[in-house]
Design a protein around this ligand. Sequence first.
Ligand SMILES: Cc1ncc(COP(=O)(O)O)c(C=O)c1O
Length: 593
Amino acid sequence: MNTPICDFVRGYAAKQPLRLHMPGHKGVGPLGVEALDITEIPGADVLYAPDGIIAESESNAAALFGSAKTVYSTEGSSLCIRAMLYLAQLWAKAQGRKPFVLAGRNAHKTFLSAVALLDLDVGWLSSEGEKQSVVSCVVRAESLDHRLSAMAEKPIAVYITSPDYLGNISEIAALSAVCHQYGALLLVDNAHGAYLHFMSTPRHPLDLGADLCCDSAHKTLGVLTGGAYLHLAKSAPPMLRDAANRAMALFASTSPSYLILQSLDAANAALSDYCIEDIMSTSRRTASLRAALAAEGWTLTGDEPLKLTLSTKPRGYTGVEVAALLERERIYCEFADPDYLVWMVSPQTPESTYDVLLNALRSIPPRSPITDTPPMPGHAEHVLSPRESMLAPSETLPVEQSIGRVLASPGVSCPPAVPIVVCGEQIDEAAVNAFRYYGIDRIEVVREAIIAVNADNISVAGAIHAAAWQASHRSFCTQEFLASHTPERQTGYLREKLLRGSRIFLLLDGSPVALVSVTGSLIEDLYVLPDCQNRGFGTKLLRHAIQQCDDTPTLWILENNTGAARLYERMGFVPTGQRHSFGQLDEIEYQLT
Ligand SMILES: Cc1ncc(COP(=O)(O)O)c(C=O)c1O
């Protein structure tokens, strides 16, 4: 297979040109590679509007992977993930559908920042069976089928991370069949699995029915760090192929690294020449090391052919401890946490490595097994969307002080960037335990925000409504009547209002403290949690509600509610003279002058 980008750049460097263009090193420098580091000069093509050497090289890659189109990234899979989600959003628009994506809960943090940038709706798929770690999330086709069949509004796409960091590969073919049955695209974060196409039985997501996927070529192929592919399958809607470059350009730098582009280009030739046998022999070598380690009493997990994942606690060590012991022997892993240790090999791994690793592990004596299991944060209350939480003012707190607060940052992750709690979720004790377990001491939480109430966070609004309603009616209602206003009942009341077209807003001061509803120009349900009154929250929320009104803001208050009357009058509301009877008390109408 030819290498047009490498050929062009080498040819240019050989001319010993006068480089009166970027970059500033002018082809010389301490790394020794500067002569090959160029920018988009004439003849070098333009990465996201290619019609020359880059277009040719990308066509080579597409032919190798069997895609309808392959686009290069010099900014990793992170860029491709943003582009995939943008394409899913474009597809939703074209279909007149909601941009709603259902994602495995172990999505990389880039997924969350892309969701926030694009303001997508996300639903989460949780792992089945006993969960190994927050890093993994095994989604089975059968349960995806149940979930999708029960949804009135189907997602535009399902997003799966496979292989995951621990080397678990999902049943992509079956998941793809289910997605297509319900009109959803299957998007796969295949950052760890570019090589899977080059197995004797190909296992790459494109081979198994994924519509879009990203591969970090740099993670498993002989490509410089940053080199990645966005692949569009032949099954993907043709309009997405046409939009793929635009999608990448939207998020990418305008100065792509030509070193990385050459590396991707050269990989095409290498992959076409020798690849399958090399990868299969590396896979066999890895399998025999896996068997030898199991025979030595080590516990292994995951089924990815070029990854070795040790579950270290049965041997009496944490993953981090074993990693530290091996570093003394100059053996460096990809990843270690309290439970696991992961090594990645490739055809470039020297043959001697396998024996060195086996001998080093043999020399670590077994101890009494460590029996504790990693904490699994449960399903935290969803308060804000990822976008709302990331754009809200935030503050950093020690994790111990964060219970009840709403997470603002997508970066609170265990080492491989898998969020422990999703930003926008309320932090509970289980989450704090998980933060501590993974060594996270401080986190960023939302300071203050006003957000719209929706189906996801309505129970939070219901709980505030119940607590504040009970407190404000305690002095003149019976105990029984008060007790009947439970959070569930008030949630139901608010849900009805939403269905009838009202809008409801929550004010967060770190955690949710107040709510209000607006129906046309009628303001109702202004409630502040009893402990949080007289701190200006009611005033802020009322101001917000006024801005939402279609016409002259109007509200009704009970005649005995003198505190509320003072607040409204201060804001410019005056009684209209209208009143109606509400049990033994009258309600009085106020309007903004
Ligand atoms: C599962 C997964 N997805 C996406 C990424 C981001 O890939 P990149 O580093 O190529 O941007 C990573 C990075 O480690 C990852 O592990």
